[in-house]
Design a protein around this ligand. Structure first.
Ligand code: PLP
Length: 455
C-alpha cells in the first residue's frame, strides 16, 4: 500500500519536474496536483488514483469512437506483427496505399492525391508550400503569386508557416517578425460581427469584404486558407450558411487555390463526414489530421486535385519535385488505425444514430442559453462553444486575466469531466459515439460548473 502511494507521488513529482506542458503556464501548473491519466474505456478516462472522468473534449478533439475500440486496437496489433514503420520516400507500404485510396473515395469529388504527414500543422505547412510552388511552376519563376489570405481569428497550427496564416493575437502576435506576409479578411463571427451587422439581413457582407480583399491582391496571392464551417480554436465560431460556398466561388473567380483546413472539422465532427460536403464544396487542397486515426496515433494528410499534382511533374533536372517529407510520413501503424477508424464511420455504424444524438445535444444545450453569464451557445454537429460574458446585454467579455474558462473546467473536473476552454469559451467536443444519457450528463456537469463559477 505504502509502496503504491510512493509510486503515485513520484509520478506526480516527476511530471512537474520533467514535463513542459503545451499551452500551459507552468508556474501555475506546478502549484497544482497534476491529473495523470492511466487508462481509458469508452468515453471515460481514469487517473492514476482510479477516479473516472468523462472525456468531454475527445482528448483534444481526436477521439471519434471512444477509447479502446476493439476494431482499432486489433488493426494496430495486427499491423505490429507485419511492420511498424517503413519510409514513403521513394518506396511504399500497404496500409498507406489502402488508406490513400480510401481518403480519395470519401473526400469531396475532385481530390485525387494524398500527401501524408503527422500533425495538423504539418498538413497545413504542406498545403501552403504546395500552393506557393504550384504557381511558381505554372507561371514561371517570375510569378508574383506568393502571398496568402486567411481569416481573422483563424487557427491553423503552431509551426511558423501555419502561424503566419493564423489570426489569434494571443497566440500569434509575438511571432510577427518571424512570419511571412498574409492578408486577413474579417471572420464570419456573427455574435460579435466585425462589420456590426446581423445575419441574414447582412447578406453575407463579410464575404463581400473578403471578395474586396481578393480583388485587390489576387495577382500576388497564391491561396486562401479557411476552416470550413467552424473556426475551432477561436471559440467554435460557426459561419453562416452559404459563406463557404461563396468563398469557393471567389477563389475560382480570382484564380486562387482554396485550402480547406478540416483538421478539426473532418471525420464526422460537424455532422457529415467532412464540413465541405454541407455546401457542396471541393477545395483545391484539403488538410486532415486529428480524428483520422480515431484518436490513436498521429497522422495527417494533405489532399490535392490532379491539376495541382500535375504541375509538379517533369524530368528530374527541371527540379519540379516537391522537396518536402517527414520521417514518419505514411506510418503503417497509424494508417492501419485510420483504416479501421474510417470503416467504423461507414453509413452502417456511427453515422445513422448520429443525427439523433446531435439533436439531443442541441436540446440539452438549450437549457444553458438562459444562464446569466452565457452569451452565446454555438453548435455544429458535435462541436460546441459556450461563450461566457460578464454582462449579457452588453456582450461584455470577462477579462482574460480572470481565467473564467479555466476556473469552469477545473470545477467540471471536480465533478468528473475533463474539458478545456478557449479563453472565455467552454468547449465540448465529445466522442461521436457518446450516447444520449452521457450527453445529458456532460451538459449537466457543464451547466453546474458554469453556475458555480459565474453566479
Ligand atoms: N488546423 C486546425 C483547424 C486546428 O484546429 C488545429 C489544431 O487544433 C491545427 C490545424 C493544428 O493541428 P496539430 O495540433 O495537430 O498540429
Amino acid at each position: 500500500m505504502d509502496q503504491e502511494r510512493d509510486r503515485l507521488k513520484e509520478l506526480e513529482d516527476d511530471d512537474r519536474r520533467y514535463i513542459w506542458h503545451p499551452f500551459t503556464q507552468m508556474q501555475e501548473y506546478e502549484k497544482e496536483t497534476p491529473l495523470i491519466i492511466e487508462r481509458a474505456e469508452g468515453v471515460y478516462l481514469f487517473d492514476i488514483h482510479g477516479k473516472r472522468y468523462m472525456d468531454g473534449v475527445s482528448s483534444l478533439w481526436v477521439n471519434v469512437h471512444g477509447h479502446r475500440r476493439p476494431e482499432i486496437d486489433r488493426a494496430i496489433k495486427e499491423q505490429i506483427d507485419r511492420v511498424s514503420h517503413s519510409t514513403l520516400l521513394g518506396i511504399s507500404n500497404v496500409p498507406a496505399i489502402e488508406l490513400a485510396k480510401k481518403l480519395v473515395k470519401i473526400t469531396p469529388p475532385g481530390l485525387e492525391k494524398v500527401f501524408y504527414s503527422d500533425s495538423g500543422s504539418t498538413a497545413v505547412e504542406i498545403a501552403l508550400k504546395i500552393s506557393f510552388q504550384f504557381f511558381q511552376h505554372r507561371m514561371g519563376k517570375s510569378c508574383k503569386k506568393t502571398r496568402f489570405i486567411a481569416l481573422t481569428n483563424a487557427y491553423h497550427g503552431d509551426t511558423i508557416g501555419s502561424v503566419s496564416v493564423g489570426g489569434i493575437p494571443l497566440f500569434h502576435d509575438l511571432f510577427h517578425p518571424l512570419l511571412f506576409p498574409c492578408d486577413f479578411a474579417p471572420s464570419p463571427y456573427c455574435y460579435r460581427c466585425p462589420l456590426e451587422m446581423t445575419y441574414p439581413s447582412c447578406s453575407l457582407a463579410c464575404a463581400d469584404e473578403l471578395e474586396n480583399t481578393v480583388r485587390r491582391i489576387h495577382e500576388e496571392t497564391a491561396a486562401l486558407i479557411i476552416e470550413p464551417l467552424v473556426q475551432g480554436a477561436a471559440g467554435m465560431l460557426t459561419a453562416p450558411p452559404g459563406y463557404l460556398a461563396r468563398v469557393r466561388k471567389i477563389c475560382t473567380r480570382y484564380d486562387l487555390l482554396m485550402i480547406a483546413d478540416e483538421v478539426a472539422t473532418g471525420f464526422g465532427r460537424t455532422g457529415t463526414l467532412f464540413a465541405c460536403e454541407q455546401e457542396g464544396v471541393t477545395p483545391d487542397l484539403l488538410c486532415l489530421a486529428k480524428g483520422m486515426t480515431g484518436g490513436y496515433l498521429p497522422l495527417a494528410a494533405t489532399l490535392t486535385t490532379q491539376e495541382v499534382f500535375d504541375a509538379f511533374l517533369g524530368p528530374y533536372e527541371e527540379f519540379k519535385t516537391f522537396f518536402h517529407g517527414h520521417t514518419y510520413t505514411g506510418n503503417p501503424l497509424a494508417c492501419a488505425a485510420a483504416l479501421a477508424s474510417i470503416s467504423l464511420l461507414s453509413p452502417e455504424e456511427v453515422l445513422p444514430g448520429f443525427q439523433a444524438r446531435i439533436q439531443c445535444l442541441s436540446e440539452e444545450l438549450a437549457r444553458l442559453q438562459g444562464l446569466n453569464h452565457v452569451g452565446e451557445v454555438r453548435q455544429k454537429g458535435f462541436m460546441v462553444g459556450i461563450e461566457l460574458v460578464r454582462n449579457r446585454t452588453a456582450k461584455e467579455p470577462y477579462p482574460l486575466k480572470d481565467q473564467v474558462g479555466h476556473r469552469v473546467i477545473l470545477e467540471a473536473r471536480k465533478k468528473g469531466m475533463i474539458i478545456r476552454p478557449l479563453g472565455n469559451v467552454i468547449v465540448l467536443m465529445p466522442p461521436l459515439c457518446m450516447e444520449e444519457g452521457e450527453i445529458r450528463e456532460m451538459v449537466a456537469i457543464t451547466g453546474a460548473a458554469i453556475r458555480e463559477v459565474t453566479e
